[in-house]
Ligand binder design. Structure first.
Ligand code: CA
Ligand code: CA
Ligand code: CA
Length: 176
């Protein structure tokens, strides 16, 4: 594991999620990111899946603000790096999964056109466009995420890849 790579990815994550670019993360930034994803997918803002995504991002914001010691307030870059670093490197897998699984679940709901609870290759393209990742390597990425090779991405497989990406173990970014 490379801590430098992991840190670099958290800095990029901070910049991506600071949707209004004012240098701190507020609840409105997380709502902005949820709205951007919904818009990329052409989903109506009042659909249940989009509401679920908004709640998931709100929950993550509250969790991180709490960890950073600024509940309800603005999270600075340093506070974000400390809070997410702790989540990744000190608390371990279970905490990371608890914090991120609502977002992964909401993204599955948004992209799961055939309602089987998993993401197939075609649905995966929608996922990548939604989060703003170029779809040119979708095929190759799909194979890396699909660990059991059944042609579908389960919640566990998706969550594991989000985690591995932030640990610097894998070059597949599922959150853009
Ligand atoms: Ca901001
Ligand atoms: Ca599906
Ligand atoms: Ca699979």
């Amino acid at each position: 594991m490379s801590t430098a790579v992991a840190n670099d990815r958290l800095v990029k994550r901070f910049e991506k999620w600071d949707t209004d670019g004012n240098g701190v993360l507020e609840a409105s930034d997380f709502q902005g990111e949820a709205a951007r994803i919904a818009q990329n997918l052409g989903k109506s803002a009042d659909s249940p899946e989009v509401q679920e995504l908004h709640s998931a991002f709100q929950g993550l914001y509250e969790h991180l603000a709490q960890k950073a010691g600024v509940p309800g307030g603005a999270i600075s870059r340093e506070q974000f790096l400390a809070a997410t670093g702790e989540l990744l490197f000190k608390e371990g897998e279970a905490s990371f999964n608890r914090a991120l699984s609502p977002i992964v679940k909401a993204l599955i709901s948004l992209c799961d056109d055939n309602h089987d609870g998993e993401i197939d290759a075609r649905e995966f393209q929608a996922w990548l466009s939604a989060v703003g990742v170029p779809v040119s390597q979708a095929g190759q990425m799909f194979q890396k995420v699909d660990r059991n090779g059944d042609g579908k991405l389960s919640e566990d497989e998706l969550l594991q890849v989000v985690r591995d990406f932030h640990f610097g173990r894998l070059e597949v970014d599922l959150l853009g």
